[in-house]
Design a binder for this molecule. Sequence first.
Ligand SMILES: Cc1ncc(COP(=O)(O)O)c(C=O)c1O
Length: 457
Amino acid sequence: MGLQGTVGFASKILINNSSGILQGVLNLGTSENKLCFDLIEKRLTRPSCKKCIAPHLLQYSNVQGTESFREEIAKFLTEYARAPKALNPEHIVVMNGCCSIFAALSTVLFDPGDGYLIPTPYFGGVNPDMWLYGEVRPVHVPLDSKVSEAESCPFQLTVKKLEAALQNAMEQGIRVRALILINPHNPLGDIYPAHLLKECLDFAHRHKLHVIVDEIYMLSVYDDSTFTSVLSLNPPDPEKIHFMWGFSKDFVMCGMRVAALHTRNEEVRLALNQLASFHSCPGPVQYILSQLIADREWINKTFLPTNRRRLREACHILVDGLTSLGIPVLRSSAGLFVWADFRKFLVTQTFEAEMELWWKFIAEKLYISPGGAFYCCEPGWFRLVFSDSADKIHLDWLGCQSIPSLPRWFDSDIPLPSNSKVTLYRKKPFIEFYCEHSNCRQMLQPIVHNIEVYKQL
Ligand SMILES: Cc1ncc(COP(=O)(O)O)c(C=O)c1O
């Protein structure tokens, strides 16, 4: 299938057929991969999947995950994460999504009030995941876009920055228990080189920290970069490494709600298994996904090459479009999004101005994610998701949507919606920020959900 047939940027738009006027919101904000539903649908409707209704799958089962599913996950991760030795299925805990794994780990590895180190910007969902159950707070390691001789890449993580953030937290009396790394990175779309990953593990070892590594985009690498999974390394303290991966992104199934944790730490596993009964996955779903990941022929010959090609093509369209409009984009290798620099469109270099710009995008029917939602320390960055397909749509949104009109916003006066509480939001505790941000999203839900996908242009 060619690009024209598969890639579109309009996830949820309603087009008034007669006038051609867009009435919905173009959603480039939600990190979902909609490029390969056709492949998944075909695979999941094969006759063998019907066996998922077998009686034993409809009964209570091991809350850690069924044995057969954990065995398949262990084999799958051994191969795709290039583990030097076969992973032990007993070291795997299955839960309903990486968010649940974060939440469960927050109560197991930490005491309330403890902190975790995390480089910014980062996937903002980590905050509520770690806070709502565990009352554990982030200790930011702020990365910015400046490049220097020592740091040739924007937003580059270094051990020096980790050390400084840890020192800072200790001075404030925060007990830091873990380092969280997201690799491939959300929202930057880049990959940690192996040497940096090893340095981070050594740093954590020196300070007796646990390391939680979220590799949910592990198979969504679409260029020639080499991805190094933490499972392929020999860490200095293997009992303190906790790896997670799920089906939401790499197998385009965030609605399935399935993810797996790998940890060699028996105590942690025993504690997690107590919580797993609140977060377990349905037996039929585990059966279907076992079939899916056991099918290497389909994964290697059909799914992965097609998904990678479609991701690459979709990414190019978005990057080329942004570049032609003079909007710089960070080079990306993986994930479903790009990190773009809209700083020149801010009235002032502040987060208030960033939110104003965000509301203007919304007013122009474009939903993208502001850097503040990722705790970026520099205002003006936005994450744009490109992995959207709506059957036959290849909407030339760059030609008809809001971005070309950006310059006129300098003088325009689009009022902020009255319920937007943008002022000083960064000074409030993050939990309030989270609620505010989700309120913005809730406000959009009726528009985003009650609309049809327009299938033909
Ligand atoms: C880095 C990262 N981790 C975890 C999640 C959530 O994963 P799940 O759908 O498995 O709960 C997301 C979703 O956007 C993500 O980007």
